[in-house]
Write a protein that binds this ligand. Structure first.
Ligand SMILES: NC(=O)c1ccc[n+]([C@@H]2O[C@H](COP(=O)([O-])OP(=O)(O)OC[C@H]3O[C@@H](n4cnc5c(N)ncnc54)[C@H](OP(=O)(O)O)[C@@H]3O)[C@@H](O)[C@H]2O)c1
Length: 313
């Protein structure tokens, strides 16, 4: 049994005086728009103060509506919520960055963003089609722009004051180093898949050393196989500390110094996922060192095409 504590309120400082990001974050990659709006509202009611969306998820409008309802009801203030969204692959050309950013802001009904991420390091053919393909079905990449040029356009958004922090998503350590070394405004956040089956220790170490917040998505393994919440190490710790497997996984992520994103359409799980407490040191060690399974659930890092390996229910 562990005592209630304030692990859920953990915040991580951002570089470039951009404030701090709540470690416990709620993701809105939910295919159904009504479910997205309801889940976002429920997450704010449950206590989540960091939200993640993306142009590509097509959920910005619903996230915006849910936030407005909660703000108007006086329950939460805009400045108390950390809102992040992402630039899609078809908008990497520098002249497309600001219009894409402003379109996202408008859908979110906000006048500034806390964090803007480059969704993937892959540039796709610019245009309105989010998944451009040739006649053989292959993705059409854009060779006319580098990631550093796109980064430069994001730096301008920070200079203009409309965006507090900028970062990179689905990035390798090698590519991160390139941008980190060349950047004027250093990446404040790196947002990648991570959980005990994909701990990314080397990337985390680089981030910690260089003042970059590491934000882990799919913190519960996205309900994919092999199911992380059913891992025997996780279930035995959960029993021991009288918490659920999901709460153990989320606590592990926060205690090892990362921010995280979890998602649920289910109100009871949303509350459960906010109700985390510190794990004892031996449990932290068992998860970090005792779990040997290695599994990536999302292949987006390889091609820039979003895609969780299909869930087996
Ligand atoms: N940058 C990228 O390329 C990228 C890619 C993927 C995701 N993301 C971001 O990361 C966020 C989180 O990713 P994710 O959806 O994979 O998160 P996740 O939390 O690992 O997985 C969500 C799944 O876990 C289930 N779940 C949630 N809470 C649970 C609990 N307490 N017990 C048992 N099952 C539970 C949910 O089911 P129910 O909904 O049925 O409750 C849902 O099926 C996304 O929403 C998105 O914002 C970013």
């Amino acid at each position: 049994m562990i005592e209630p504590d304030n692990l859920r309120d953990t915040k991580l400082a951002l570089s470039n005086e951009a404030g701090a990001i709540p470690a416990l974050g709620f993701g809105t990659l939910i295919p159904d728009p009504i479910a997205t709006k309801n889940a976002t509202g429920a997450a704010l009611e449950a206590g989540f103060r960091a939200l993640d969306t993306a142009e590509r998820y097509r959920t910005e409008k619903e996230v915006g509506e849910a936030m407005q309802e909660v703000f108007k009801a006086g329950k939460v203030k805009r400045e108390d919520v950390f809102v992040a969204t992402k630039l899609w692959n078809t908008n990497h050309r520098p002249e497309r960055v600001k219009p894409a950013f402003e379109a996202s802001l408008k859908k979110l009904q906000l006048d500034y963003l806390d964090l803007y991420l480059i969704h993937t390091p892959f540039a796709f053919q610019p245009g309105e089609v989010q998944d451009p393909r040739d006649s053989s079905g292959n993705v059409i990449y854009d060779k006319g722009v580098t990631l550093l040029e796109t980064w430069g356009a994001l730096e301008k958004l920070v200079d203009e004051g409309k965006c507090k922090a900028i970062g990179l998503s689905d990035i390798s350590l090698e590519k991160l180093k390139e941008i980190y070394e060349a950047a004027t405004v250093k990446p404040a956040v790196v947002h990648v898949e991570s959980h005990p089956y994909l701990p990314e220790w080397e990337l985390l170490e680089f981030c910690k050393k260089n003042g970059i917040v590491f934000q882990a998505f799919a913190a519960l393994g996205h309900s994919s196989q092999p199911r992380l919440p059913e891992d025997p190490v996780i279930t035995s710790i959960a029993k021991r500390v009288n918490k659920t497997p999901a709460q153990v996984l989320l606590a592990w992520a926060v205690q090892r110094g990362t921010a995280l994103l979890t998602t649920s359409k289910t109100p009871s799980r949303i509350k459960e996922n906010f109700d985390i407490s510190m794990l004892p040191e031996d449990a932290m060690k068992e998860i970090s060192e005792g779990i040997k399974t290695r599994q990536r659930f999302n292949s987006v890092v390889q091609t820039g095409v979003p895609g969780f390996i299909p869930r087996e229910k």
